[in-house]
Design a protein. Structure first.
Length: 186
């Protein structure tokens, strides 16, 4: 149940991370999340919660960005790869102008790094964040670590997150529960 002091973070649910032809895709594991993510977003809005969409953005071959050495170009601004995947695209188009829906750029793994997220959550007296999106063991994990260090309560929706590998998924879900104190739920 969402309340006004809770926010859903839909992390990096874009074509490059989810679609079959995405540059750095979770594939089917990510694609099957779409109904859960959209249903949660609807639930949060219906119950006066907040929906934030921190979304990775990059400049190809940026020599100053550490990911340029680790991954192929992905989530480049203005490309198909950075568009929201599947049913999240029309959901966002229908709700983008609502006060309780906010998409913003992020350039690092964590949705808190170099963004106004912490400030926005505190202004709205949000103390609990719900995490969905991809990749469980990269951007979702780093967001959760920062949220833990900032003293937010966390709920990770197991059926709303996916990793590049099954081992990464299993490890991250265990880490959320046993190291970060998050509630891991279906």
């Amino acid at each position: 149940m969402a309340h006004s002091n809770e926010a859903l973070l839909i992390i990096d649910y874009t074509n490059d991370f989810v679609a079959e032809k995405g540059a750095l895709t979770c594939g089917k594991a990510g694609q099957v999340l779409a109904p859960t993510i959209v249903a949660l977003a609807d639930e949060f809005l219906q119950q006066d919660g907040w929906v934030y969409l921190p979304t990775d953005v990059h400049t190809p071959h940026d020599p100053y960005h550490p990911e340029s050495k680790l991954f192929p170009p992905h989530n480049v601004r203005g490309t198909w790869g950075r568009e929201f995947y599947g049913p999240l695209a029309p959901w966002y188009a229908a709700h983008r102008d609502e006060e309780r829906v906010n998409m913003f750029d992020k350039t690092r793994y964590s949705a808190f790094a170099g963004t106004p997220l912490d400030l926005r959550l505190r202004e709205r007296k949000i103390d609990t964040i719900h995490l969905v999106g991809v990749c469980t063991d990269i951007c979702v994990l780093h967001t959760a670590v920062d949220a833990y260090n900032l003293n937010y309560q966390m709920v990770v929706h197991k059926n709303g997150v996916a990793a590049l590998t099954p081992a990464g998924q299993e490890w991250a879900l265990d880490h959320f529960a046993h190291v970060l104190g998050a509630t891991v739920t279906e």
